[in-house]
Design a protein around this ligand. Structure first.
Ligand code: GLC
Length: 545
């Protein structure tokens, strides 16, 4: 595999990697059953290689009843038969590795599904049994325990407690089909080490750790109560009852010991929605090694804002011995073309409730900003996580109510937006029953306008977003250098930084075109206008270093 000389060694491959997130059920369907599969991904490995990404991250592909899109895992060491087989998984790993690409998989340690063999055992074994100790069962309140143990909402509805037949209640921070594990239990700890060994032995290079801040909870009496999961109500000193408790890092230290037994060491990135100052602990070299920085996912299009986020995250990651991560889209949020097409401050849930029309997205602005933002983050120190379909410039489709699968929408009676829009299967061809996704209909309906964004249409067009991504990734590989940056003086609203080798990145957040500095222009997110960088655009210029 090609390594860059500025990296300290092969173990550092992830520090500035471009990782492409594949949502397996919606990527490519090889057997025509409407659900994407591993064979579909294997068939598209040449596409990923041509795109130029360094690694893929596979969202869950494990057996699951799909109460939460696969984040309800029945069996952590297997493949959902609708998605493929372990032999196909091995083939995918081999195919990626042979082209110099790596693979991350998603591990969901906070909760299993209610179909997991341990939860089924816990239900059968009854109250007081050892089997119930692996989860969080409690007695209810009231004369006959009929009132839930505490006033605690779940992420997807009014309560985090569900009652079982014999009258006890169990905790689930997400859907009732996602019972939370008791991480004080040694068997839970051992089992996850076993899972990591299982996949690492199969050649998996890295792990994305789902809800990494939630594993350890203080479930002593009085039980925690809460009516919001907003990060702003979370305690910031490690003493929160449910999230980001300091003890969680003991778990990650034990995983790190296992990861370091491999050559190169396995890597991991934490999905931890914690206050920014709490991220370095997850990213530490004794812990997972890297933590998602989601700051740009919620940042308005404003230069000072972007600059503050960049400065903070680059230095915070360095202080942890890590590198930062840049993310503009993923399977939980509105695609960034549409986000940037809406006025700042729009409540996305309200917008979704309006059927995606109020306010109407300005897609021309959204598309320009999305490309500019992508070029900007690809020039930054750190690694970049791309989400499938963003290379096509896909806007967010609104999935009709009767097709919605997402528990976030279903279980809040439409109060919260559905995350299905960004999970609608990709258009590979302009024609066909599911635009080349498969030979039949896709599991979520695709709008007719997906045809305009299809891979085959874009491949033929020099000015397409797909070819822009290909160029950007190719240039990035060539220009990649030490993971630091220096800011250059620039007028208000113009962001200008340069990497140690003279690779300058200029983004125009102002309302007027801007004259670029001297040098070779190697990438433009939008064509120059009268020789100047237009508004909502980014340029890479190779300047004298
Ligand atoms: C993470 C996932 C999300 C899922 C939740 C529960 O936030 O990204 O899709 O619903 O965890 O597992």
């Amino acid at each position: 595999m090609s390594e860059h000389t500025f990296l300290r060694g092969p173990a550092d491959w992830w520090r500035q990697a471009v990782v492409y997130q594949v949502y397996p059920r919606s990527f490519a369907d090889a057997n025509g059953d409407g659900i994407g599969d591993l064979r579909g991904i294997i068939n598209k490995v040449p596409y990923l290689a041509e795109l130029g990404v360094d690694a893929i991250w596979l969202s869950p592909f494990f057996p699951s009843a799909l109460a939460d899109g696969g984040y309800d895992v029945d069996d952590y060491r297997n493949v959902d038969p609708r998605i493929g087989t372990l032999a196909e998984f091995d083939e995918l790993v081999e195919s990626l590795h042979s082209r110099g690409m790596r693979i991350f998989i998603d591990v969901v340690p906070n909760h299993s599904s209610d179909r997991h063999v341990w939860f089924q055992e816990a239900l059968a074994a009854g109250r007081g049994s050892a089997a119930r100790e692996r989860y969080i069962f409690r007695e209810g309140r009231g004369d006959s325990g009929e009132i839930r143990p505490s006033e605690l909402i779940s992420h997807f509805g009014p309560t985090a407690w569900t009652r079982v037949e014999d009258g006890q209640w169990y905790l689930h921070l997400f859907t009732k089909e996602q019972p939370d594990f008791n991480w004080d239990h040694p068997e839970v700890r051992e089992d996850f080490l076993h899972t990591f060994k299982f996949w690492s032995d199969r050649g998996v290079d890295g792990y994305r750790i789902d809800v990494a801040h939630a594993l350890v909870k203080d479930m002593t009496d009085p039980l925690p109560e809460r009516d919001s999961y907003d990060v702003s109500v979370m305690k910031t000193d490690g003493s929160d009852r449910l999230f980001d408790r300091d003890e969680v890092h003991n778990i990650y230290a034990s995983w790190r010991q296992l990861f370091n037994q491999y050559d190169p060491p396995r890597v991991a990135v934490a999905e931890a929605w914690v206050p920014a100052n709490r991220r370095p602990a997850y990213a530490s070299t004794n812990g997972l090694g890297q933590a998602f920085n989601f700051d740009l996912l919620v940042a308005p299009w404003q230069s000072q804002n972007f600059r503050d986020i960049i400065d903070y995250n680059v230095s915070e990651a360095h202080s942890a011995g890590s590198s930062t991560t840049w993310v503009l889209s993923n399977h939980d949020v509105i695609r960034h073309v549409t986000r940037y097409a809406l006025p700042d401050g729009v409540d996305e849930h309200e917008w979704h409730r309006s059927g995606g029309v109020n306010p109407a997205p300005n897609l021309a602005v959204g598309a320009a900003r999305a490309r500019a933002a992508t070029a900007l983050i690809l020039a930054l120190p750190g690694s970049t996580y791309l989400y499938q379909g963003e290379e096509l410039g896909l806007p967010e489709p609104i999935v009709p109510d009767e097709h919605i699968q997402d528990p976030q929408w279903i279980r809040t009676d439409g109060e919260l937006k559905s995350r299905d829009g960004c999970r609608v299967p990709l258009p590979w061809e302009a024609t066909g029953p599911s635009f080349g996704f498969g030979s039949g209909e896709s599991h979520l309906p695709q709008p007719a306008w997906f045809a305009n964004y299809a891979v085959d249409v874009q491949s033929d067009s020099e000015s397409s977003t797909l070819n822009f991504y290909r160029r950007a990734l190719r240039e990035r590989k060539r220009l990649l250098t030490e993971d630091t940056l220096e800011w250059k003086d620039s007028p208000q609203g113009v962001m200008h930084f340069v990497r140690p080798n003279g690779w300058a990145c200029i983004t125009n957040f102002t309302g007027a075109p801007f004259a670029l500095p001297e040098g070779d222009v190697v990438l433009l997110s939008s064509p120059l206008v009268g020789g100047k960088l237009p508004v909502n655009a980014t340029a890479w210029v190779l300047t004298a270093s």
